[in-house]
Design a binder for this molecule. Structure first.
Ligand code: CAA
Length: 283
């Protein structure tokens, strides 16, 4: 299967990162968002992130312009009709994703692969809203997408070998390392990561240590690039809570119960870096 034209749904943190890495690897990318302003903001972020490479002498200004030249934007899902694969990185809400995939299934050509970057919604369930579950797959990029090596490739119950092999190959063409797992709540990455973050929040809630101490102990003691509370702010506290609820409901085990302090922060609108306040103050 020859893949040239890439569609990306969503120009936010994950969507613009995905568009960035595909364009940088030479693919032609069409990035869709619901408003021109959101799409333009996504392109501006890609521009800024590419400029890091130019400033460090890893890329010339002409190469940067060529990468940006391979990215087009649209507000219409119908425009994704000619794409060979569409990767959805829209907001993490079932109803939103369901509607997107119902539409994509109708407009995309037969044989086109539909992929979701969901961090925890069931790939099998999303695939079932389309008439092409054999061509449906999870392609879970890590944030920041241009920097992180992993793509967690999730096979839904009905994902066929052709789509799986194509996505494994495509991920390698991006210079990334795809690692496969099956479709269970949280896949592997978030099933292991989120309980650690939740436990760090419980440690804070129970007065075991301060925010700085918890992060310092985990960062220096475990050689993690950032402490769990910094990482939670970076991921978004609403996203952390959403994933914990998926684990809790999907696996039915009280060990995944979200910490009440996390719920309180989300209720307060303290969502981490993106809202200016989380476990740290970014104001
Ligand atoms: N785009 C492009 N390049 C970026 C970037 C971005 N958004 N952010 C950082 N970089 C680059 C920098 O330019 C720098 O490049 P060089 O090595 O060429 O100099 C490099 O990345 C390191 O950046 P910094 O020096 O600014 O900062 P750092 O050393 O602290 O690294 C980090 C930043 C890569 C984010 C690092 O702190 C890290 O790895 N953190 C953990 C990230 C992580 O765990 N991600 C997974 C989150 S979970 C997830 O995504 C899944 C989910 O479903 C919730």
């Amino acid at each position: 299967m020859s893949i040239q034209n890439i569609g990306v749904i969503g120009a936010g943190q994950m969507g613009n990162g995905i568009a960035h890495v595909f364009a940088q690897a030479g693919f032609s990318v069409l990035m869709q968002d619901i408003s021109e302003a959101f799409a333009a903001k996504g392109v501006a972020t890609i521009d800024k992130n590419l400029q890091r490479g130019v400033d460090k002498g890893k890329m010339t200004a002409d190469e940067k312009a060529a990468v940006l030249g391979r990215i087009r934007t649209t507000t219409k899902l119908e425009d994704l009709a000619p794409c060979d694969i569409v990767i959805e990185a829209a907001t993490e809400k079932w109803e939103v994703k369901k509607q997107i995939f119902e539409t994509l299934d109708k407009v995309c050509k037969p044989g086109a692969i539909l992929a979701s970057n969901t961090s925890s919604i069931s790939i099998t369930k999303l695939a079932a809203v389309t008439k092409r579950p054999e061509a449906f797959i999870g392609m879970h990029f890590m944030n920041p997408v241009p920097v992180m090596q992993l793509i967690e490739v999730i096979r839904g119950l009905a994902t066929g070998d052709a789509a799986f092999d194509a996505v494994m190959g495509l991920s390698k063409q991006l210079g990334k390392t795809p690692i496969h797992c099956n479709d269970f709540p949280g896949f592997v990455s978030n099933r292991v990561l989120l309980p650690m973050i939740n436990e760090a929040i419980y440690a804070l809630y129970e007065g075991v240590a301060t925010v700085e101490s918890i992060d310092g102990i985990m960062k220096l003691g475990m050689n993690h690039p950032m402490g769990p509370l910094t990482l939670a702010d970076f991921i978004g506290l609403d996203t952390c809570l959403f994933i914990l609820n998926v684990l809790h409901e999907g696996l039915g085990d009280p060990k995944y119960r979200p910490c009440p302090l996390l719920i309180k922060y989300v209720d307060a609108g303290w969502l981490g870096k993106k809202s200016g306040r989380g476990f740290y103050d970014y104001g």
